[in-house]
Design a protein around this ligand. Sequence first.
Ligand code: UDP
Length: 363
Amino acid sequence: MKIVTIIGARPQFIKAATVSRVIRDRYADKIDEVLVHTGQHYDDNMSKVFFDELNIPRPCYNLEISGGNHGVMTGRMLESVESVLLQEKPDWVLIYGDTNSTLAGALAAAKLHIPVAHVEAGLRSFNMRMPEEINRILADRVSTKLFCPTEAAVVNLQAEGLTRGVHNSGDVMYDAALFYREKAKSQSTSLEEYGLTKSEFALATCHRAENTDDPERLGRIVNAFGSIAKTIPVVLPLHPRTRKQLVDYGLTDMLGSVKVTEPLPFLDMVALEQAATVILTDSGGVQKEAFFYGVPCITLRDETEWVETISTGANLLVGSSTSAILAAFDDVAGKARQVIRETPYGAGDAAGKIVSLLAENKS
Ligand code: UDP
C-alpha cells in the first residue's frame, strides 16, 4: 500500500513524525510512505530542525511553496500536489490539521478520486473568519477516513452529517507528548541557556492571524506580556509572522524585558513548557501540551477547539484584553500543577490506531 503524506507547517511535522514512526517501525513491509513537504514553513527553525530532531525521513518532494495570499499559496499547492499524485498514484493521501497544505492535499486527492485520510478531523472553533476553520471544514467534507482526536470532534462531525469513516483515534499530539517529555528533560539545555529557574517563569507564544494581523489585539497582548515580565521572566519564542507584525506596527518597545527568542526546536519547547509556572498562548498545540504537562494555561483567543481543556479548568480562555490576561495570570500563577491521570485525548496510541485502520482498510 502506498500513502502520500502532505505536510507543510510546524505542527504538521510533529504530528506526522509520530505517525511516520509507526509506519516505519511496524508496517515497513506493508506500507510505502511518500512524504511531500509543500514548503509552507521553510525557515530552518520552523522546518529543518523538526525533521532532524524528530527523525522524520527527508521528504521525497519539496514543493517550495510559501508566502503570498491564501488563494495564491493554496492554488499553487493544489497544482503541484496534483502532479505529485498523478505520478505516485497512491492508495491514500494522508493530511493533518488545518493549514493551506491540508486543504490543497485534500482537494487535489479528492478530485483525482484518491481517498483522503484526515488526522485531527472534526475540530471546530465555529469562527469562519479563521482560515484554519475553513480549511478543516472543507478537508473533512472530502475525506474518506476522519481520525478525530476527541469525542467532541466526533460529535461536531455528526452535527454536519458526517458519520461514515469517522474514528475517535485519540490525539497524535498526546502520543508525541508521552514520547518526547523525558527526552526533552534530559536533552534540552534551554533552561540554562535562557537563565531560567524551574517554576519561576512564564512561557508565551502568539501567532494566530486573528491576533497578529490586528494591531489593537496584538498591542493589548504584548502589553500584558510586558507587564507580566515585570514580576517574573517571560520567554517568548517568536513566530516569524509575529516578529514582522510587531515591527510593522511599532509595538516592539511594549515587550519591555520579555525574553524574545527565535522559534524553538521542539525538545527545547517541550522542556520549557514542562518547567513553566504558566503558559500564555494562542496556539492549539501549546494549549494541549500545557494540559498534558499539568501546567496552567491562559489562552489568548475568544474561542478554542480544545474545549476539554476549558471544561476541566486547566485552561482559561481570556481573549486579548490586557486586564483580562493580567487577572488570569494573577489567578493561576500561584496555583499548584494538576496531575493528569486521564485525558480526553486517548491513551497515547493514536498513531498506532490510525495506521492500523489504514493498513487494514477498515471503514
Ligand atoms: N512549538 C515549537 N517551538 C516553538 C513554538 C511551538 O516546537 O517555538 C511547537 C509546540 O510545542 C507545539 C507546536 O509547535 O507542539 C504547535 O505549533 P503552532 O503553535 O505553530 O501551531 P498550532 O498548534 O497552533 O496549529
